[in-house]
Design a binder for this molecule. Structure first.
Ligand SMILES: [Mg+2]
Length: 225
């Protein structure tokens, strides 16, 4: 069985996030004093901080969204109510969702693996991750979709990988996991006995002993067959 990560593995989350951030900045440019580059970097840092708190189970997904948008406007001394924060996040979110796209190598890879059982193991909000798969048209290619929020454990912890194996009725050593994060995906999967494959789209040439790395999904078939 082959399990995949979603963001930066199948879906170009970074491009969607940056495009959405810039459209949001355009709309609120009179309030937000950032250049495009500064804003994308700041939004990324804000996202990482509050998403990590959500991942630790300390706040809800809705609260993590409010904290992200509030932090933007706190910079310019504007305190948003819950409703204002929700309204503004919804504007960003619409742009983000409108820009979800698959990497070009995803469909050819899924087609080549049409005779293999495939699954998803992803960190995030269950509803949003499922929506990404549906909206990009790949949802029914996966037998099992396991998202951290619904099981209460996130990557790199072993529990999420083992839970996915249980649901699929397979042993970890019979599974391969493909993801873009060396730490959260590849080394974490290997720690439970799966074969981890590092999708290093940057192709920086960085290699790690004991880790199979590929630059794109076209190379996956050769590694798993
Ligand atoms: Mg990822």
């Amino acid at each position: 069985m082959i399990f995949f990560d979603i963001d930066q593995t199948l879906i170009n989350h970074q491009q969607a996030q940056d495009t959405a951030a810039l459209l949001f900045l355009q709309q609120f440019s009179s309030l937000l004093p950032y250049t495009s580059e500064e804003f994308c970097q700041f939004w990324q840092a804000v996202m990482e901080r509050h998403f990590a708190t959500f991942m630790r189970g300390e706040i809800t997904f809705a609260e993590h969204r409010r904290r992200r948008i509030r932090e933007l406007f706190q910079k310019v001394k504007l305190c948003l109510t819950d409703d204002e924060a929700d309204e503004r996040f919804a504007i960003y979110l619409q742009h983000y969702e409108d820009n979800w796209t698959l990497f070009d190598d995803v469909w050819p890879c899924l087609n080549t693996l049409s005779n293999r059982r495939l699954g998803i193991i992803s960190n995030g909000n269950s509803e949003q991750q499922a929506k990404k798969l549906r909206q990009t048209g790949i949802a029914n290619r996966f037998d099992i979709v396991v998202v951290s929020e619904e099981i209460g454990v996130s990557k790199p912890k072993p529990g999420i990988f083992l839970s996915a194996c249980r649901r699929a009725g397979v042993k970890a050593r019979e599974c391969t996991y493909v993801g873009d994060s060396l730490q959260n995906d590849v080394l974490a999967a290997q720690a439970v006995g799966m074969k981890g494959i590092w999708l290093n789209r940057e192709g920086s040439g960085y290699s790690q002993i004991g880790v199979s790395a590929i630059e794109n999904l076209d190379k996956l078939v050769a590694v798993v067959s």
